[in-house]
Design a protein around this ligand. Structure first.
Ligand code: HEC
Length: 179
């Protein structure tokens, strides 16, 4: 289980072919406008599922299964070590640029992904209803950092701390010291 998760994370990083360097500000703005106006479909498609806290919660469960490896549990990249190193970086889903999309556009992005960036499409993997619930989750993200890091990255961190004997966290497993 742990091993296959680690493999999945590796595959994710390899898939993105993480290039160094960030696009210039103008480049990003132009790309953004093109994305919002031209590339991303579904603008006028309405979310067929009415918002309820439960719909967002269900969407959150799917999100924390499929998307957390890049977007973090909270959709704001918390604890994802490579998020800012991808080109383009993994989007923080709480920012205005993302929230400015219509529900239909968000669903379209989830379904089709964004090529050629690292954002994969989920057609055939997620049901329509699941994607719409995820849209509700994206609209109602928890406070940044409130859910901690995805377990796979957290384990790494804790192991690291342990190795260096700098275990200063109270959530740390208390193991008796052996010499
Ligand atoms: C392999 C890593 C990865 C996974 C897994 C992933 N994403 Fe992304 N996502 C990205 C990257 C990278 C971007 C930034 C793409 C860009 O700006 O072109 C992104 C961008 C987005 C955006 C914003 C697009 C924009 O134009 O700003 C949304 C919404 C999104 N992802 C939702 C999701 C959802 C929902 C899932 C799970 C079903 C998911 N992502 C899974 C990497 C990932």
């Amino acid at each position: 289980m742990k091993f296959s998760q680690a493999l999945a994370a590796l595959a994710v990083v390899a898939m993105c072919g993480c290039k160094a360097g960030t696009p210039s500000k103008t480049e990003s703005t132009v790309t953004n406008e093109v994305k919002h106006e031209v590339t991303i479909g579904g603008k006028d498609v309405k979310n067929p599922i009415a918002y309820t806290p439960n719909a967002a919660k269900e969407g959150g469960e799917h999100f924390q299964h499929h998307c957390q490896i890049c977007h973090g549990l909270d959709g704001q990249n918390t604890g994802v070590p490579f998020a800012s190193k991808m080109d383009p970086p993994v989007a923080d889903l709480s920012v205005k640029d993302v929230q400015d999309y219509t529900d239909g556009q968000l669903k379209w992005i989830i379904e089709n992904g964004i090529k050629p960036s690292g954002m994969p499409g989920w057609k055939g993997i997620l049901e329509d209803e699941e994607m719409w619930n995820i849209v509700h989750y994206i609209r109602h993200l928890p406070a940044k950092g409130s859910l901690g890091a995805p377990p796979i990255f957290k384990e790494e961190e804790e192991e690291h701390e342990h190795m260096h004997g700098a275990a200063g966290h109270d959530h740390h497993d208390a193991k008796p010291d052996t010499h």
